[in-house]
Design a protein around this ligand. Structure first.
Ligand code: NAP
Length: 282
């Protein structure tokens, strides 16, 4: 019997995940289909119960349900619980288990493109929202020594740090102060929506002090290259956009659902074809 997978969100029509996962199922001759489900906030509980009742094998969760879904699940894994957000649900013999693959997806992409052992980096994360938290907590769980958070609202940065269950030295700066000491960081991760429409022309912070050779990652992938990434590259930084994170969060989810490591090259090709244009890190 064909297995059903999917993604729930509102809006959902723009999601690249169905094409990405269906291409992998087809390439592996797996009897499975991945469907986008448009679920409004007010029907989340009933929808999740319906997914369980119908035996949906697994699904992704996107905006605005990543946090609110938790109360409707049977179990949440420790990392997703710490992050307070679920982007992947696995149906384990009728029990729905929530996981978070965003941070692991980011790390996988980083390892592919940076090709360095993670450990002693001095990391700066710009932003303190859901994606920043997933990346911060995953880096902390992997034993990274020091992470600075730079955020518009200092209190949100402090809250992110104080709730992290994994030990990591940290401090929080405002965006101006972080830009003054940018040359101290070896890895800079941009997680705010600055650089995306309608903020295409904006910069999250001044990068005059960025050192050549710094690895700079922006988790936005549409546009492929934000102004922040383009300016960092022109100052000699090694750059990476958010496409690898997106593909790898999907790959980690796919493996959780099926036990099979999917072909990330095929996933990337499908997504690039859908997005069109050229890809900065190809
Ligand atoms: P979020 O929870 O809403 O957090 C947004 C963060 O950006 C907050 O720290 C917020 O600061 C800051 N911010 C928002 N507007 C700002 C502005 N005008 N100036 C300065 N800072 C601002 O969002 P999220 O879920 O973390 O997503 C953030 C971005 O990551 C989005 O662009 C999303 O598309 C992208 N993303 C990519 C992937 C991927 O797979 N590549 C996965 C997830 C998310 P305050 O705390 O001060 O409000």
């Amino acid at each position: 019997m064909e297995k059903l997978f999917g993604v729930i969100g509102d809006p959902i029509g723009h999601s690249l995940s169905p094409a990405m996962h269906n291409a992998v199922f087809a390439s592996l001759n797996m009897k499975a289909h991945y469907h986008p489900f448009h679920i409004k906030k007010e029907s989340l509980g009933k929808s999740v119960a319906g997914m369980k009742e119908l035996g949906v094998a697994g699904f992704n969760v996107t905006v605005p349900h990543k946090t609110s879904i938790i109360e409707f699940l049977d179990e949440v894994d420790p990392l997703a619980e710490a992050i307070g957000a679920v982007n992947t649900v696995v149906n384990e013999n009728g029990r729905l288990k929530g996981c978070n693959t965003d941070g692991l997806g980011f790390i996988e992409a980083l390892k592919t493109e940076w090709k360095q052992e993670l450990g002693n980096e001095n990391v700066l994360i710009i932003g303190a929202g859901g994606a920043a938290k997933a990346i911060y907590y995953t880096l902390a769980s992997l034993g990274i020594k020091h992470i600075t958070i730079a955020n518009r609202n200092i209190e949100n940065g402090k809250a992110l740090i104080s709730r992290c269950p994994f030990e990591v030295k940290s401090n929080v700066l405002n965006l101006e102060d972080a830009s003054l000491i940018l040359n101290e960081f070896t890895l800079v991760i941009q997680t705010t929506p600055i650089g995306m429409s309608p903020f295409i022309e904006h910069m999250p912070l001044d990068i005059s002090n960025l050192r050549s050779g710094t690895f700079v990652s922006d988790i936005i992938y549409n546009p492929f290259e934000t102004r922040f990434l383009a300016e960092a590259k022109s100052k000699g930084a090694l750059t990476q956009n958010g496409l690898g994170m997106f593909i790898n969060q999907g790959a980690v989810a796919f493996k959780l659902w099926t036990g099979v490591q999917p072909d990330t090259k095929l996933m990337k090709k499908v997504v690039l074809d859908l997005l069109g244009g050229s890809y900065a890190n190809r």
